[in-house]
Design a protein. Sequence first.
Length: 76
Amino acid sequence: MSPYEILEVSPKACDAVIRAAYRCLVQRCHPDRNQGDAAAGERLSLINQAYAVLADPIGRARYDQNAGIAGVERRG
């Protein structure tokens, strides 16, 4: 699953959209809000890893190039 799929955003998404999606997902999937759900912690870990890749411009460019998404026009 790609970081874009995990954060539920398009590869064309700008940084502000990625940040907003990350915050929304963290609030919704946080283990404190989902007590007793072991999968919530794993999902939060995936969300954090995906955001770490996409929040860093160099990491995002590297991921896009390796995934064949290079040259995508970003709006925003």
